[in-house]
Each structure stands twice: as structure tokens, then as C-alpha cells.
Design a binder for this molecule. Structure first.
Ligand code: F0G
Length: 428
């Protein structure tokens, strides 16, 4: 169903947009669904199962995601990522959790959407799969495409994706096309190609991707004992997660799985913050921008899911904030030192939460869930620079405090006595 004009199309229509240009939603049959108790019992009953589709933290919720024949499902499995309790006291909160989506098979939340988009594509007999990416989508598609034995083409902005992600796309055999432009240019190109050249697009413009990403909320709900916190904080780039979370919460409310809706806080990097700017004007006006940020995953100036993301913010009484690259690096450093570890875009969550508590938007005593979207190993260059106090080399202004956090590897002789002596010194 179109989110702009309400037109409906059959599932098999293989459309990316409505005739009016609006974004499309997969419709869940809320009225025909079982009771919330029955749904919860079904989901919980799958926990001890060893079937791949039950082990998956996406397909476990298939009644609210997509019901496909088991043979069509391409799963590793994914999801069921850990939810870590962090110390809430420095921010005056009652509870603080981090859900680590970097624990997915290819190291980011994209796997949750990709398992659904690729399974659906295989079910429909797709010829080849294509996406634009700042890196993680390409890594994830390369992996799921390889498992599905389907050819994969990925378009990435040359020189602007983190090494770990490029390594994955190449290693898993994706045809990797680097373009001169940025992600937004690549996104525009793949949409045109998908329309005219019988290629299946699996960016979050594809509504089936978002059905899979709803499971981040469902997983969190069950991991927290069938409750959700006051706030859910997520980084915003192409706004796929924002849209998926909004849809998940709309449906969970309609199904009476929840009665109170948590507030979404979407955090963007200041240099790539068109959604945050639009939010300041209550979404009356949207202006794309030339994106620039150290957090390459969210280096996006014209998010395709804008309309759905506005719906998500309105439904959840949510907020959109932006943070500087220096704040992102500081937050990454602090998460890394707790061994939560993440790529820069994910650290925008903690940076944003700090800002929102300072500004009294998030209030003392409230509970918060941070969505850590990608693994630390995705971006080894930034991680090493940060850990060794070489942030000046990253060209991010305002990070002098981080330059004192030097954890340099030390050269030592291979003699145990000398090494033991050095260890004793370090322990002083
Ligand atoms: N965090 C990470 C680690 C990402 O890779 C992305 C998006 C986001 C946050 C933003 O999520 O687009 O749903 O708002 N990465 C995409 C990609 C664009 O191509 O890998 P969003």
C-alpha cells in the first residue's frame, strides 16, 4: 500500500514505488491476526527449535514479517543479537541497554532486512540482485546473494566506504562497481536500472527489506521480557531503520502487543543531517544536502525513506538530533572501551543520547535502548586511529581529548624475562 495516496498493489507486483511516486508498505493483516497472547506464545515456542527459520531472529516472527515456504528462505540464520546492560547512572537514567546488531552474520543490521528481500527475490525467480551502498548493504547482499546462488551487483561511492565492508563484498564475489559520486547518486542510478533492466533492487526502498528490520524491535521486546523502554535511539542515514521501527511499533500497538509506544530518537551526523534539519521545521520542508562525515555508513544527503521516517517520528512522538563527528568519535571510544565496540555510525546513538539528556529531552529516570548498528571491525582504519590517539590523521576537528587516549602497540624483545618486567611496570 502506498504511504502517500493509499493505492494498493498485489504482493507479486515487483514494484518499488506507487504510480504517484510514493513509497510502498507491505500490509500486515492486523484484523485477521491471532491474539497478542497467542502470537507471543508462538514466537516463544520457537526458541528451543533447531530449524533454521526458527533459529533466525527474523523468521521466528514470520507471522509479522512474511510467510514464505521454508525452501525459499535464505538464512544464516541472523538476528537474536545480544542486548547488553550498560551503566545508566552517568546519564541519570533508570536503565540503558545496547542491542548489538554488529553481531549479525555479516556484522550489521542489514542482514535482518536482506534475508527477507533475498528470500522474496528468490521466491519470485529474480535474475540478479542490485543495491547502492555506503558499505554494509553491499556486504550483506554479497553474502545472501552468494547463499542464494544469485548474481550480485553493488554500487558504492569510490574511496568512501570502510575497508572491512569492501573486503566482504569482494570476498563474497559481488560485482563491485565504484562510482565517482556519493551514495545518493548511486541510489538514484540503481533505482533507474531496477525499473528498466529487470534487476531486483534490495535497498530499503524495497518494502520487504523493512519487514525484516522490524524484527530488531520484536527481538528487543521479547529479550526485555515483553516490554520496551521509554526511548529507542537509532542512527539515521537512508532512514530504513527509522521507517521499519515506526512500522513495527504501529503494528505492535494495533495488535495490542504493546499499549505504550516508546519514543524514537533518530541521530544523524551534523554533516549529513537533512532529516534533522527538516524536523526543526516540523517537516514542512525538506532540503537534500551534500553529505560529509567520518561515519561513512550514514554519509547520505537525500534519504529515500523520508516519508515513512516522518510517519515514524510523528507516531512515536519522536525526535531527530544531529551530533558532530568529534562527538561520534568520543562516543565510539567510550563504547569501544566497554568492549561493546562498533563502527562510527553506531556510536552516533550514544553521542545523540548524551546531547538529548543535556538538553533535557530525555529526562532523568527514563529508560533507553541504543541500537548499535555495525561491528567495530567494519572500519579498522578509524578504530586504530582512535585507539592509538591518531585522530588528527582523521581530519576531524575538536578531538584533542581523544589524542590522550593512546594505546599504542609496543615493540618488545622475545625474551620472557624482559616481557614480564614490562608487564610488571604496566601493572604499577
Ligand atoms: N548504521 C550503519 C552501520 C549503517 O550501515 C547504516 C546504513 C545506518 C546506520 C543507517 O541506517 O539507512 O536505515 O538509516 N547503511 C546503508 C548501507 C545506507 O548502504 O550500508 P538507515
Amino acid at each position: 500500500m502506498c504511504v502517500t495516496c493509499g493505492s494498493t498493489y498485489p504482493f507479486e507486483a515487483r514494484r518499488l514505488r506507487c504510480d504517484c511516486g510514493g513509497l510502498l508498505d507491505v500490509q500486515i493483516d492486523v484484523d485477521g491476526a491471532p491474539s497478542p497472547e497467542a502470537l507471543a506464545a508462538t514466537f516463544e515456542s520457537r526458541l528451543p527449535s533447531r530449524l533454521p527459520q526458527d533459529l533466525s531472529g527474523v523468521w521466528r516472527y514470520r507471522e509479522l514479517v512474511l510467510d514464505l515456504p521454508a525452501d525459499d528462505i535464505v538464512t544464516f540464520p541472523e538476528g537474536r543479537t545480544n542486548l547488553y546492560a550498560l551503566d545508566p547512572t552517568p546519564l541519570g537514567l533508570s536503565a540503558l541497554w545496547a542491542k548489538h546488531e554488529g553481531e549479525n552474520p555479516t556484522g550489521s543490521f542489514k542482514d535482518r532486512g536482506m534475508t527477507v528481500a533475498v528470500s522474496w527475490a528468490r521466491h519470485q525467480g529474480a535474475r540478479a540482485l542490485i543495491c547502492a551502498s555506503t558499505g554494509n548493504t553491499s556486504a550483506s547482499l554479497a553474502a545472501y546473494g552468494a547463499r542464494a546462488h544469485l548474481p550480485v551487483f553493488v554500487l558504492i561511492p569510490e574511496g568512501k566506504i570502510a575497508q572491512g565492508k569492501l573486503a566482504q563484498a569482494l570476498a563474497y564475489g559481488a560485482h563491485t562497481l565504484q562510482i565517482d559520486g556519493n551514495f545518493d547518486d548511486a541510489m538514484h542510478a540503481v533505482e533507474q536500472m531496477a525499473m528498466h533492466h529487470n534487476l531486483t533492487l534490495v535497498n530499503s526502498l524495497n518494502p520487504f527489506r523493512l519487514e525484516g528490520q522490524k524484527s530488531i524491535i520484536l527481538d528487543s521486546f521479547f529479550q526485555l521480557g515483553q516490554m520496551l523502554p521509554d526511548w529507542i535511539v537509532v542512527p539515521g542515514g537512508n532512514l530504513g531503520n527509522t521507517s521499519a521501527f515506526g512500522k513495527a511499533l504501529i503494528e505492535m500497538k494495533a495488535l495490542s502487543l504493546i499499549d505504550r509506544v516508546p519514543r524514537l530518537a533518530v541521530i544523524q551526523a551534523e554533516g549529513a543531517s537533512p532529516f534533522a534539519r527538516a524536523a526543526q521545521g516540523n517537516f514542512q520542508h525538506f532540503e537534500p544536502m551534500q553529505p560529509e562525515t567520518i561515519a561513512t555508513a550514514i554519509r547520505i544527503g537525500n534519504p529515500v525513506n523520508y516519508d515513512k521516517a516522518v510517519r515514524a517520528i510523528r507516531f512515536t512522538n519522536g525526535v531527530v538530533a544531529s551530533v558532530t563527528d568529534a562527538e561520534i568519535l568520543q562516543a565510539k571510544h567510550d563504547l569501544d572501551r566497554q568492549a561493546i565496540g562498533c563502527e562510527p555510525a553506531s556510536a552516533a546513538t550514544l553521542a545523540g543520547l548524551r546531547r538529548l539528556t543535556r538538553e533535557h529531552v530525555v529526562r532523568p529516570g527514563e529508560s533507553v535502548l541504543l541500537i548499535i548498528t555495525g561491528n567495530l571491525l567494519k572500519d579498522p582504519d578509524t578504530t586504530i586511529a582512535l585507539a592509538t590517539g591518531q585522530t588528527a590523521a582523521l581530519g576531524v576537528p575538536g578531538t584533542p581529548s581523544l589524542d590522550t587516549c593512546t594505546n599504542q602497540p609496543r615493540h618488545v624483545p622475545s625474551d620472557p624475562e624482559t616481557i614480564a618486567h614490562i608487564i610488571e611496570e604496566e601493572l604499577q
